[in-house]
Design a protein. Structure first.
Length: 94
């Protein structure tokens, strides 16, 4: 009878540990918000940087109007896409 009780106690303790671990590992609203915010920054910052740098170059170099601005915005979009892709890939596999 004591052996059965000990086995039952071990199983209950093991299940309780699993439940506590599952509760700790569960994503929270704050965690999701931070994750989405990070993805947004990883995408938007290169685009904004490209826009500012392109505008500055267009002002410094006569006759270019908005060529540098458009080119660097597009480059920023491309760079932002790669940033987001690698961030998600590392987060899910790391």
């Amino acid at each position: 009878m004591m052996k059965r009780q000990q086995e039952l106690r071990k199983r209950v303790e093991r299940q309780a540990r699993r439940m506590r671990k599952a509760e700790q590992d569960r994503p929270t609203l704050t965690g999701h918000t931070v994750y989405i915010g990070t993805l947004g920054l990883l995408f938007v910052l290169p685009v904004i940087g490209g826009a500012y740098l392109g505008t500055w170059l267009d002002e410094k170099l006569p006759g270019y109007s908005v060529h540098w601005t458009i080119s660097l915005i597009l480059l920023g979009v491309l760079f932002g896409i790669f940033n987001v892709y690698y961030f998600i890939k590392e987060r899910n596999h790391g």
